[in-house]
Design a protein around this ligand. Sequence first.
Ligand code: FES
Length: 107
Amino acid sequence: MDSFEIGKSSLSTFTRSKVNGWEKTVNSYGVFVLRRSQTEVLAYSNVCTHLGCRVNWQSDKQQYVCPCHDGRFNINGQVVSGPPPRPLDAYETRVTDGILSIHFLEG
Ligand code: FES
């Protein structure tokens, strides 16, 4: 948690491996983490809910912006403008001994 500044959204990335018999696939994912206070933290998928492009955080506008069709989401992941039909997907979070865990659901 110490690496996340309060009030700022930041992108964290991770990989997930799946083994299916002799085949192994490794995928990369991104999650925007927003630490709202010492104890409250939110995590959003960086995948746009329109057609699945990756959104970017623009701190000057305090918005997540999708470069594909200019979809925009506010800091809480809610749609501000453009074609996205719903907010960014939010993940359950848990903090244990200062370590942030998310309940990741592959969409
Ligand atoms: S894919 Fe994001 S606005 Fe279309």
